[in-house]
Design a protein around this ligand. Structure first.
Ligand SMILES: NC(=O)c1ccc[n+]([C@@H]2O[C@H](COP(=O)([O-])OP(=O)(O)OC[C@H]3O[C@@H](n4cnc5c(N)ncnc54)[C@H](OP(=O)(O)O)[C@@H]3O)[C@@H](O)[C@H]2O)c1
Length: 245
């Protein structure tokens, strides 16, 4: 059985990734989110609030059960939030802790626990962190989000280097999915210009039908992940357009 552990499985891209993975009869998914929206005989839900670090710490063992007979194990750190969009100096301080906990600290703890729990298994093991193009450029109103995704990319690069030095065979990637038609995009379109100067551009993209559908993005990602490891890449940080069709 191939195992996927997918955070943010309740909606958006995470739900599409989960549904696409479950199409293969040899696949089981452990989904992590606050809400349970998927019912399937090979889907196991672990309710968890990734902004609650104590709950994360206390429940990590449930997310990563012993899987001695697994054919492969993949962790997809997909859950992510923008938090309230707005400029530094105009935000409550708690905003930064909230966004960084969900987008960076929780994924780091999940990566750490995945690597320690499944070390020594002689099967393909992959970690895919869902990042954003906003990690590479300043987007006003998104400072905490951009910073969290840039740090997630650094985490992916460093962890891959460490695993290469250990010769573990574990593959770690950060992947920016592009502009995907989810609740996160709905939030972006509804922010006033003085808090986010690119609001009009995102509305135009939506009106022009230029957002990717989650199912299509998920199909491309899962198809790529199911190819034989190691997944080739000079840099562990990738964009969706760099994946083979
Ligand atoms: N949509 C885009 O255009 C786009 C572009 C670039 C990157 N991304 C990235 O793609 C990933 C998926 O985004 P999306 O667009 O699918 O977002 P979305 O539709 O808003 O879904 C977010 C998912 O994260 C989960 N989540 C949010 N807060 C959580 C918490 N406190 N604890 C546990 N889970 C939580 C949600 O589940 P619950 O509410 O049930 O907890 C939900 O399943 C994110 O990392 C995002 O940064 C998206």
């Amino acid at each position: 059985m191939h195992y996927y552990i997918i955070t943010g499985s309740s909606r958006g891209l995470g739900q599409a990734l989960t549904e696409h993975a479950l199409r293969q009869a040899d696949t089981t998914v452990i989904g992590v989110s606050r809400h349970a929206t998927i019912r399937h005989e090979r889907y196991h839900h672990q309710p968890l609030d990734l902004s609650d670090m104590l709950a994360v710490q206390n429940n990590l063992h449930k997310v990563f059960p012993p899987l001695p007979a697994a054919a492969s194990i993949t962790l997809i750190n997909n859950a992510g939030v923008l938090g309230d969009i707005g400029y530094l100096g105009e935000q409550p301080n708690e905003h930064f802790e909230f966004v960084l906990d969900i987008n960076l600290i929780a994924p780091a703890m999940l990566m750490n626990t995945f690597l320690s729990t499944y070390q020594g298994l002689n099967i393909p093991r992959t970690i895919l962190n869902i990042t954003s193009g906003a990690a590479q450029r300043p987007v006003d109103g998104w400072a905490a989000y951009s910073a969290s995704k840039a740090a997630l990319d650094a985490l992916s690069r460093t962890a891959q280097k460490e695993q290469d030095l250990r010769g573990s065979g574990v593959c770690i990637r950060s992947l920016a999915p592009g502009v995907v038609n989810t609740a996160m995009q709905e939030q972006i379109r509804n922010v006033p210009e003085q808090k986010f100067s690119e609001a009009a551009r995102f509305n135009e993209l939506h009106e022009a039908g230029q957002l990717s559908e989650p199912a299509a993005v998920a199909a491309k990602i899962i198809g790529w992940l199911r190819q034989a490891a190691p997944l080739p890449a000079a840099d562990p940080v990738l964009r969706l357009s760099e994946l083979p069709d």
